[in-house]
Ligand binder design. Structure first.
Ligand code: MG
Length: 379
């Protein structure tokens, strides 16, 4: 029979160092939380049958939401310390009808773990009974005293330790059962080293970093989105574009204020985040949006997109209309959109042009706006 593997993800920390009020691993960034990313990596691995997530009772519902749809996830009450959380998880695995042969323990706060690292851990633990992910020190290491370098530490043989850390399950369980009260371990390699044997290292990855400080949540991941909107002219005395009321001998037919530019920017934001379009959030059949201020709706959508873990970087838009003349109003439109998205004014570009008399725009029947936005992942 093939060996059984389980994973344990301690996720009961409060993330005080990241300066967040809530558990940092539940906070979405770049479209998914650290817990979602870490749990997916293990749950989707074909050899891993169970993923035990250690969470505080208060976070249990949020953790269940974040891991929805992943196979084999079970929840274990988090302890006062990481060591206690892992012990709870190991006891829960031991109580399963078929306990695992090997267990891989991984900090949920290291969301960039990938298939290669998990494969490396499995291969090493099968061969040596233990497998600790580690990176050789490439920076100069020193020991400091009162802010001054006391001595430099030779780099040779020096590693920084990461997770996952894999162990033969019965050996690690036994080691954990031996831990004396007051014994303090920062990871499982320490427990194994004290009670079983020196653990075996395998090669980690620089990108497998631990999210500790707020800046760690800013990701390189970016997404672009496009939005297009058209409104037809009708009887009226003004139009609204980019939140600016522009006097005109005609109006724009719409359920809302007809701000085609804001609608295009709104759809671009939603599209970049992979969310449904503006009509889903603000249906034009809903009387509460009659004559709605589209700039205010854009602000609401900024909040929706931010809850998904995205922040706008810039907007580039174009409005195509024969009349009225838009040039005198562009600066105010830029200020309005920048304010709605909480970005710098110079991160909003708006071009205005005519359609050279061609088509519905050329005949003065309507107006079209096109917008492109860039989002960056970041909590
Ligand atoms: Mg519209």
């Amino acid at each position: 029979m093939s060996a059984r593997f389980a994973a344990v993800l301690p996720a009961a920390g409060v993330g005080a160092r990241a300066g967040f009020a809530e558990n940092k691993v539940l906070r979405p960034f770049g479209g998914a939380s650290a817990l979602r990313r870490s749990a997916s990596a293990f749950a989707l691995h074909p050899l891993i049958g169970t993923v035990a997530v250690c969470v505080a009772e208060a976070d249990r519902a949020a953790a269940a939401r974040e891991t929805a749809g992943l196979n084999g996830v079970i929840f274990v009450p988090g302890g006062e310390t990481r060591t206690q959380s892992v012990k709870n998880a190991l006891e829960a695995l031991a109580a399963l009808p078929c306990p695992p042969d090997y267990v891989l323990i991984h900090d949920a706060a290291r969301p960039f773990v990938g298939r290669r690292l998990i494969d490396g851990c499995i291969e090493t633990v099968r061969q040596f009974g233990s497998a600790v992910c580690a990176l050789p020190c490439t920076d100069t290491a020193v020991r400091a005293q009162c802010g001054f370098i006391a001595e430099s530490v030779p780099r040779e043989g020096l590693f920084t330790v990461q997770t996952p850390q894999g162990f033969a399950f019965p050996a690690l369980l036994e080691a954990y059962r031996k831990i004396a009260p007051g014994d303090n371990f920062t990871d499982d390699a320490g427990v194994y080293a004290k009670y079983v044997a020196p653990p075996r290292l395998f090669a980690g990855e620089a990108r497998n970093k631990k999210l500790t400080f707020a800046e760690d949540f800013i990701m390189d991941e970016t997404r672009t989105g496009i939005g297009v909107d058209t409104h037809a002219f009708c009887a009226g005395d003004h139009i609204v574009l980019g939140g600016v009321r522009i006097p005109h001998e005609r109006g724009l037919r719409a359920h809302s204020d007809g701000d085609a530019l804001c609608h295009a920017v709104t759809d671009a934001l939603l599209s970049a985040a992979g969310l449904p379009d503006i009509g889903h959030y603000f249906p034009d059949t809903d009387p509460q949006y009659a004559g709605a201020d589209s700039l205010a709706l854009l602000k609401e959508v900024r909040a929706i997109v931010e809850r998904e873990g995205w922040k706008a970087c810039n907007v580039s838009a174009s409005v195509v209309a024969e009349r009225p003349k838009l040039a005198p109003h562009i600066a105010q439109m830029k200020r309005n959109i920048a304010d709605a998205l909480q970005i710098q004014e110079n991160a909003v570009g708006i071009a205005a042009g005519t359609n050279e008399g061609l088509g519905y725009i050329g005949r003065g029947e309507g107006i079209t706006a096109i917008a492109n936005v860039l989002l960056r992942g970041g909590a």
